[in-house]
Design a protein around this ligand. Sequence first.
Ligand code: C2O
Ligand code: CU
Ligand code: CU
Length: 516
Amino acid sequence: MSKFSRRQILMAGGFIAAAPFVSRISALAASRKITALPMPPLIEPANGETVTLTMAKGKHSFAPGHSALSAGINANYLGPVVRLKNGSDVNFTIQNRLGETTTLHWHGLFVPSPQDGGPHNIIENAFDWKVATHVNQPSSFNWFHPHLHQNTARQAHMGLAGLMIIDDGKDRERGLPLRYGVDDIALVLQDRRVIDGDHVYAPDAMDLLHGFHGDKLIVNGVINPTARVPAGIVRLRFLNGANARIFHLTFGDRRPFHVIASDGGYLAKTAQTDVLRIAPGERYEALVDFSSGEKDITLYTSALDESGGDKLTLMAFTCTEELQSDIETIPQALDGPGTADPSLAIRRRRFFMDDRMKANMKVMMANSKQGGHGNMHDMMQMPAGGHQHGGRTASEAGKQLTAATSGFEMAVVGKTFDMGRIDVEARKDSYELWELSSVDMMHPFHIHGASFRVVSQDGKPPLAWETGWKDTVLVNRKTEILVHFNRSSERKSPFMFHCHTLEHEDLGMMGQFITV
Ligand code: C2O
Ligand code: CU
Ligand code: CU
């Protein structure tokens, strides 16, 4: 048996059963009534090796004593961390054992469009999809999740998401923490409404129009976990894997995040902040100084409006002497890109993130007259981004709808999504300036098959931690991005660009492009 297949067998039991963590978790749980942070198991294929990813349904416990219907990748909920060496070849076999059709999109991995896993790359139930690729991109923290049109939100919410680290082998030289699960910790931020039973994802009209926001915050699949960390510098890799919630991270003692990387790789220099906003689909990597060695350092997500003081507990960190600290100082100079140069752009295009709120409200009104959706009152009261502060409970939710049958439509190109229409043809290897705009609601814009730099946000220069390579950005009024179209595509399976509020994506706030 090879080293790799043994690892795969260990993983079959899911997160909690992943071998190296069992003893730490049970010792911690026994000593105090806390939930240890589950660490997604690490898969590190050798050059040319095959990684098997099996998508299947299961049962998952978000909180002690509860059991909910879920889905995962090589696990009952979420999936592994696949760490790939830059320059290596890797083969993936994706097994769909869900009992329904799906796709698996590599969010952040540089691949040609037929391998991208978008809505055209269907994997029927009980079939396998094989992808062979050569890894050639900067060190970065990425992820993978389903992308089946009109079903992305539900399938992702069930737990179908895994993580991917691209590693160029130079983190030692950079002076960065690199011991996965010790001082290099991956954190998947999500929210839920129901944590028990089979009633997993039941969006009502408001959830579809504003994006689903649950009242329970979860990290790596559990509510309010505690991570044990060495008393030193720790690297936290944050993924916002929620359908719609925007997280504004703060530590209870306001200790800073030293941001080193965004979606597409390292920044040019470390950027310090005590509030880190992260929108759905975005990733940030930050170093946090735990060298003072305290216990119970709380990480909160705060309200959009800072003065509101509406802080929700996400998780805690506790320093332990059992873990050796490796890195004692925070490197300041990194090897990310310099200032973006908009003069590289060969053309400008404008995209309005159109939530068609007026038309959708009419649909809702018509339906509620027939005793349908209801919730008109709440809907009218809802301020833009109003759900950011909390999230409704299951009993507050209205009648369940689906994206396909709701009658609602959204658009990002003036027209709602159409699998058969190519919205943009961009010259391969060119740069374009894209002007993204929104009214009332903020929308996290994501593009497949291309990386971009943020040129301006609402007329101002981007924040320091938004200046690196990205593939997802929160659009609030107006955002300009400089997009580099450096990947090849085929007309029959184009790349997507869309709102990463998954309910909006499912309602058609998505377009398609190819490079020519
Ligand atoms: Cu993370 Cu098109 O998606
Ligand atoms: Cu993507
Ligand atoms: Cu949106």
